[in-house]
Design a protein around this ligand. Structure first.
Ligand SMILES: O=C(O)CC1=CCC(=O)O1
Length: 96
């Protein structure tokens, strides 16, 4: 199953620079682990926003939730998920 996931990051204004740096470091370790597993296929920054757009290929919605909710910043993001399927007019196979 392929999912498009949009994440808008909302860091609380009360956080210190050290706390932000700690979360950002752990977020990187976590998402790169999932990327290395092959389940997190694409991770793009949305230009001009503290947001990302990702494509994940997973076995189930439960697995998608497990991955997304493992992110340290999970409680501080607004997350939108869309389930994707093949478009009948697509010229190219999905590259995943
Ligand atoms: O977009 C961000 O900075 C938040 C995030 C989600 C996964 C990741 O590596 O960073």
């Amino acid at each position: 199953m392929v999912f498009l996931v949009e994440m808008d990051v909302n860091i609380p204004e009360s956080w210190s620079e050290e706390k932000i740096a700690d979360y950002v470091t752990r977020e990187k370790e976590c998402s790169q682990g999932w990327q290395k597993s092959g389940k997190w296929v694409y991770l793009w920054r949305v230009a001009g926003q503290y947001s990302n757009v990702s494509v994940l290929e997973v076995e189930s919605p439960d697995e998608l939730h497990k991955i997304i909710s493992s992110l340290p910043l999970f409680p501080y993001m607004t997350i939108n998920v869309k389930s994707l399927c093949k478009h009948p007019n697509a010229l190219r196979e999905a590259m995943i």
